[in-house]
Design a protein around this ligand. Structure first.
Ligand SMILES: Nc1ncnc2c1ncn2[C@@H]1O[C@H](COP(=O)(O)OP(=O)(O)OP(=O)(O)O)[C@@H](O)[C@H]1O
Length: 319
């Protein structure tokens, strides 16, 4: 079996703060295979940056285990096998774009060719521009160029488009798209479901330091953006028959999760009409309610759900 690009086992990270201890990461289990493109999606304070800091060897876990390409994270970074695009820092304002790339290239034993890297990151046209004159989006593409220099096996991006306008965000991801398909593993943190949806094969949804859902992008999208259908089961249904109803709902196209919550069915789906039709015509559902599920809503619901019974919820969510 090939070595995972990232392996986090029961990862915990706490910080001492004035009011006591802050738990930033609270028992995260994630395994990311070579070549996967994974989004860490979660609201403010979910623990995304702290998790990525551990992956980059910038922070040591309080407990648990972290491995990158089969190595301790710091070692993998020192070996030039991991590179990062962070939100801020790392650029000298008085250098031009090409001087910046050349300077950083000179610190590597075997950097990728500067011209090629600049073209791939979409900064070749900006070669002579001072860093201080580059927009936020252009500076992020420059950071991306720097991250490509060691030709890393794992690329880590922490909210790479934070603070950019929609056009800047689109341009940045278009550049990333153009460079994808090279077998590189990419892990990125984002608040934006659209970014995760657009670029990742898999979404790891985090909230309050825990993984609340982990699965293929399409499934998580359905959980997070679809509508929520609530219904009562027909009276007198026993537990086995009720579980069968839940399973049938789970198998419908577009359904992200189906479960019984205090005796009432709760189904998240991208196609609520289909769920409603099947509930009414085939499964004896009553008292239907259909509500729009916002992403915020989904975070709250998923974080609060114990135990999670959805097909895509990660085992951690059930603990
Ligand atoms: N050095 C620190 N000292 C104290 N608390 C910290 C420290 N770093 C992070 N935290 C806290 O840990 C929690 C997780 O923070 P983290 O930055 O990892 O979340 P995030 O998901 O990246 O959030 P954002 O999207 O806002 O960047 C937050 O409550 C944060 O305030």
């Amino acid at each position: 079996m090939s070595v995972p690009a990232v392996l986090l086992q029961d990862l915990r990270k706490t910080f001492a703060a004035s009011g006591g201890t802050v738990t930033a990461v609270d028992g995260v289990d994630v395994e990311i295979g070579a070549g996967e493109v994974v989004a860490l999606l979660g609201p403010n304070g979910a623990g995304k940056t702290t998790t990525l800091d551990v992956v980059l060897g910038l922070a040591a876990p309080t407990s648990g285990h972290a491995e990158v390409l089969g190595l301790p994270p710091r070692q993998a970074v020192l070996d030039g096998r991991v590179a990062a695009v962070l939100q801020t820092g790392g650029l000298l304002r008085d250098l031009t774009v090409s001087e910046t790339v050349e300077l950083v290239a000179s610190t590597y034993a075997r950097p990728a060719p500067v011209a090629e890297v600049m073209a791939r990151a979409g900064v070749a046209d900006l070669a002579g521009r001072l860093v201080s004159r580059c927009s936020g989006g252009e500076q992020q593409r420059l950071r991306f160029a720097l991250a490509l220099l060691p030709d890393p096996e794992l690329l880590v991006l922490d909210e790479p488009t934070a603070g950019m306008d929609v056009t800047g965000r689109r341009e940045f991801w278009a550049t990333m798209h153009a460079d994808s398909g090279r077998g590189r593993t990419v892990v990125f943190a984002t608040h934006y479901l659209e970014e995760a949806d657009d670029f990742a094969d898999r979404i790891v949804l985090v909230a309050a330091g825990r993984v609340v859902a982990d699965g293929p992008t399409a499934e998580i999208r359905a959980m997070a953006t679809g509508r929520v259908v609530h219904a009562d089961l027909p009276p007198g249904l026993d537990a086995v028959a009720a579980a069968d109803v839940v399973r049938r709902l789970e198998r419908l196209p577009g359904v992200g999760s189906a479960r019984l919550q205090a005796g009432r069915l709760e189904v998240r789906s991208a196609d609520s009409d289909l769920v409603a039709r099947v509930l009414l015509t085939e499964l004896g559902g009553r008292n239907l309610e259909v509500a729009t599920g916002s992403l915020e809503d989904a975070f709250v619901q998923l974080t609060a759900s114990t135990p999670a019974t959805s097909a895509t919820a990660a085992p951690e969510a059930a603990r």
